[in-house]
Ligand binder design. Structure first.
Ligand SMILES: [Zn+2]
Ligand SMILES: [Zn+2]
Length: 235
């Protein structure tokens, strides 16, 4: 599988940046994971609109789904044979209702085979219903925490992933158990406990210098790095 970074800020984009959006590809299978502000402009650099097999939304905070609103317009000009499957949580219902459009086929967050990739989901801990995911193909596993803080059972769900993409939305100093995100340092401990092969950090809040958060993570795991728009990772 190949992971292409389309956006990696949260909860708002940096200058020239974009919020969460990750294209996971295998053969002809193209799955967009999250679709925050700025993501579809970067998606169009990589694949035609018609090539997407599905969209998977970890949760319905705007920084993970807002670009699905203008994508409805793009799909009017690039019509598909069938509506685009969109896997999304049930709540908040008012946000989910925004996606109730003829071009989208809304589906629940249940295990799914999407083209050549098998997806599994696990609840996260966040102010709204949120999910972590595992995407597997040919003995390789990509895992993504979605937005979450520490949660019992998450280590086991992420266990053994070849690549873990993790929510590093906070500095170590700003982290607390009641906050909605992990810190970069806690992502590193999580990746170690789960025995993940490689740690990629994301959900960079533009108020932080990425080097500072990376340094906190690298004190635990020297391989930790923030992803960047346009970079691709083999899994
Ligand atoms: Zn977020
Ligand atoms: Zn969120």
């Amino acid at each position: 599988m190949k992971l292409t970074i389309l956006g990696c800020n949260g909860p708002y984009p940096s200058a020239g940046g974009a919020c969460s959006g990750y294209l996971l590809s295998e053969g002809d299978t193209q799955v967009l994971i999250d679709c925050g502000a700025g993501v579809i402009a970067n998606l169009a650099r990589h694949i035609p609109w018609e090539a997407l097999d599905a969209v998977v939304l970890s949760h319905l905070h705007y920084d993970h789904m807002s670009d699905l609103l203008p994508m409805q317009y793009a799909l009017q000009f690039h019509p598909r044979a069938v509506p685009l499957p969109v896997y999304a949580p049930d709540s908040p219902a008012a946000v989910r209702a925004l996606l109730d459009a003829p071009c989208y086929d809304l589906r629940p967050m249940e295990d799914a085979q999407i083209g050549e990739i098998q997806f599994r989901f696990h609840p996260g801990r966040h102010p709204v219903q949120s999910f972590a995911l595992r995407a597997e193909r040919g003995g390789k596993c990509f895992a993504y925490t979605g937005d979450t803080n520490e949660l019992e059972g998450l280590d086991g769900f992420l266990a053994g992933a070849n690549v873990l993409l993790a929510d590093a939305g906070l500095s170590a100093a700003d982290w607390a158990m009641e906050k909605p995100h992990l810190s970069a340092e806690r992502c590193a401990h999580l990746a170690n406990r789960a025995g993940c092969g490689r740690l990629l950090l994301t959900h960079l809040n533009p108020k932080y210098a990425p080097e500072a958060l990376e340094a906190e993570a690298r004190a635990v795991r020297p391989d930790a790095e923030f992803v960047q728009i346009g970079r691709q990772y083999e899994i």
